[in-house]
Design a binder for this molecule. Structure first.
Ligand code: SF4
Length: 395
């Protein structure tokens, strides 16, 4: 089959809410069963429509999917396998929180088809985990990681965070060394962002956060240390042993199609981007009462040619391989150099970007501030792109 698709399943449940988190998740275990039943109804809705797609990546994320009972997780997996064409070599990832998994459970999930785990460690320092209000200690994380190895998981991601309250470059180095000692196949390194409407945002004045220079030193340290340990950085925040890059996330960055199910899940399918509302009860009612009109859609729009160009630039430049201007021309019949060359010159001259033959990519320094550069880039000459893609200007 030609058509490939990624499938994201959102499990919006956690044991408790971390003070920095703005993902959509709730702490109501009584709703687990009804929610999984609703998700399966939703899968059944899509089953026929997506019959001509092969699903080669599944990501069960959250929230904390591993707060579900073993029975419910297996029901969920059965729902996925019964409703979609999952390829034999599909990457099937489960996000796991330490303290919610053990070898017995993981062995069972491994035998049911899950072949990749993503475990949130964040830090090896218990005072930092406490500051983040995480529910686990570093010892518990280590125990979970070893349990995963015992259960024969040979593709594990560890999430690590910098910019945590009370963190120093020395303590970040300890966390980084702890990760390297465990030798996971994949490491994601994220900077803490203080998101609006979180407990952290409310008490930001009282948080003792590392300053910008320290944060950059931590990011640079992560890049250098992991690279020396034979991890390949393939995206701003992601490092992998060769061949262990996350197939599912690569779909997002390469503008490939994916379906996301559950409240707050996002999709990109048939040139349309859409997402479901962050409302668990509405979602469940809508799935149960199919003859009633419930509007569970949050965003839903067809991508315009201009948006497609902008998204492609934003997402390709996140990848270390960068943006190939020849490929850009093939895809959009546009001259990248002509539109952006003069604006990017300053970034190249100041070592934020590099140009290698026909490819533009960020340097480490540029990756750290890539959000600013990308949004500036898209503002540069928005009108020029509009004119070109609308056919009033030809390059
Ligand atoms: S466990 Fe993860 S999803 Fe749940 S509140 Fe904490 S950071 Fe958010």
């Amino acid at each position: 089959m030609e058509n490939k698709l990624g499938l994201y399943i959102h499990i919006p449940f956690c044991s408790s809410k971390c003070a920095y988190c703005d993902f959509y998740s709730i702490t109501e275990p009584k709703k687990h069963q009804r929610y999984i039943d609703s998700l399966i109804l939703h899968m059944e809705d899509y089953s026929e429509t997506l019959d001509n797609y092969d699903i080669d990546s599944v990501f069960i994320g959250g929230g904390t999917p591993t707060v579900l009972s073993k029975k419910l997780m297996i029901t969920l997996l059965d729902g996925i396998f019964n409703n979609f064409n999952i390829t034999k070599d599909a990457e099937i990832t489960l996000e796991a929180n330490p303290a919610t998994i053990d070898t017995g459970i993981l062995k069972r999930y491994r035998s049911e088809g899950i072949n990749r785990l993503s475990i949130g460690m964040q830090s090896s320092c218990d005072n930092e985990l406490k500051a983040l209000t995480r529910i686990h200690t570093f010892d518990e994380f280590e125990e979970s990681f070893r349990a995963a190895r015992k259960a024969k998981f040979d593709n594990i991601n560890i999430d690590l965070m910098y910019g945590i309250p009370e963190q120093t470059t020395a303590s970040f180095k300890m966390s980084l060394d702890a990760v390297c000692d465990l030798q996971p196949e994949h490491v994601s390194v994220y900077g803490l962002k203080i998101e609006d409407n979180t407990p952290f945002a409310e008490k930001i004045e009282t948080l003792v956060l590392p300053d910008e220079d320290e944060e950059y030193a931590m990011y640079e340290m992560a890049v250098n240390t992991l690279t020396q340990q034979d991890y390949v950085q393939y995206e701003i925040s992601n490092f992998a042993r060769p061949g262990f890059e996350c197939r599912h996330n690569l779909k997002y960055w390469n503008c490939k199609e994916y379906l996301g199910l559950g409240p707050a899940a996002h999709s990109y399918l048939n040139d349309c981007r859409f997402s479901f509302r962050r409302d668990m009860d509405l979602y469940m009612e809508a799935m149960e009462k199919i003859d009633t009109e419930y509007d569970i859609l949050d965003e839903c729009y067809n991508i315009t040619p201009k948006e497609r160009v902008g998204e492609y630039i934003m997402l390709q430049l996140r990848l270390n391989q960068g943006l190939d201007t020849e490929r850009f021309r093939e895809l959009f019949n546009l001259n990248f150099e002509r539109i952006y060359g003069k604006y990017l010159k300053i970034y190249v001259e100041n070592d934020f970007m590099k140009k290698d033959k026909s490819t533009y990519s960020f340097t480490t320094k540029g990756r750290y501030v890539s959000n600013y550069i990308l949004s500036a880039m898209l503002d540069f000459d928005s009108n020029i792109i509009s004119n070109i893609v609308n056919g009033t200007d030809k390059s």
